[in-house]
Design a binder for this molecule. Sequence first.
Ligand SMILES: [Zn+2]
Length: 257
Amino acid sequence: MFEWLFGRRKRLLGKEVSSDELQRLDQALWQATHLTNEQRERLVRWSRVFVAEKTWEGCNGLAITDAMRTCVASTAGLMVLAYPDWYFDKTATILIHPSPYKVRVDPKILSSTFNAEIGGEFHRAGETIYRGPVVLNWQDIQFAKKDSNDGHHLVIHEFAHQLDMINGPNADGLPPLPGNVDEEGWRIAMREEYKMARDMVSQGFRVRIDDYGLTQESEFFAVASELYFQVPHELAEYHPNVYKLLKQFYVTDMRFD
Ligand SMILES: [Zn+2]
């Protein structure tokens, strides 16, 4: 099984990158046009493997197109550009809804977890399940273009949770860090940033990380990751330490100019 898998990976990685593939990458991912040619080619090759190895399912009648696959794959690949052997192996399936979808949640869970109104049904943009599927919706993914950018990116958010869960089923805002990073120090510094942002908001100040990112440490990591890739200059300006900490993990500096 593994031999077959790695044989296929090798074949997909070895094939020459065509100008069509590079063009499709640039259309799918605005950040790609800022990358070096070597990085773009690496991302194309990585995306081929990701597209081939995942099961893609459209929900509620959505027909999945190659452009959708390229968009999700290249965005996920951008996040692990520094880790060429990571293919989100725990994620076998990508589900894509046409737009935010309705879910039914036990009112008890809803009231305690979300602190929201008691009621069974609400809309969800996406979710990620440990060793389970990543669920997305195409409408929100399309909003994440640079020119309509508020710093959100559903794909980055959900795959940040997947990275967070590489070292255990509980998303805690602590992904596996490279060997040269002091893990304990990183964790303390990130937790400090999370607390500080919450304190500032409770004192009436505004912070760049939205309220959802302040609900728990795993969401802080996921929302900050969205900003890291979508509006890196803003994250670096408003939360310089968070940018620095995330750069120790993602390695690729997204501040292109
Ligand atoms: Zn989340």
